[in-house]
Design a binder for this molecule. Sequence first.
Ligand code: HEM
Length: 122
Amino acid sequence: MSYFSYKLIHYLGIFLLIAVVGLALGRRSVLDGEDPLRRRWNALHGTALFIILLGGFGLMARIGVAHGEPFPGWLWVKFGIWALLAGTLLAARRWPSRSLALVGLIPLLAVLAGWVAFRKPF
Ligand code: HEM
């Protein structure tokens, strides 16, 4: 598959992730831990995270990040951001009163992930 296709897959995962977390955060019952759709949110969140990785690893191969070589610093930042975004639903359930702060934090993390990939500052 081409660089372009992997990038589209990467974006698909990112947009799905942001949509799912946004929707889930808007449901009071999610934050109370009593949402009947809880398993569905979890499944969609996991699917989005997987698609992001699929696109991300495909992109790595296409831009020539070789197997066995240490990853460049900017990629580690992306792994860190990915892990933080993976924790957002858990965090929302644990600290419901902070869900508004999460709504602000999530797009900021997404922009940072794009910026480090584009600039590759380290
Ligand atoms: C472990 C997870 C991730 C990996 C391995 C990864 C890897 C990559 C790679 C290799 C590129 C291409 C860089 C290039 O074209 O030179 C890229 C681009 C991009 N990534 Fe990720 N990424 C990950 C997570 C994320 C996350 C969580 C987001 C946002 C929520 C994100 C947003 C972006 C964006 C916006 C671009 C396009 C940058 C541009 O070229 O303009 N990535 N990523």
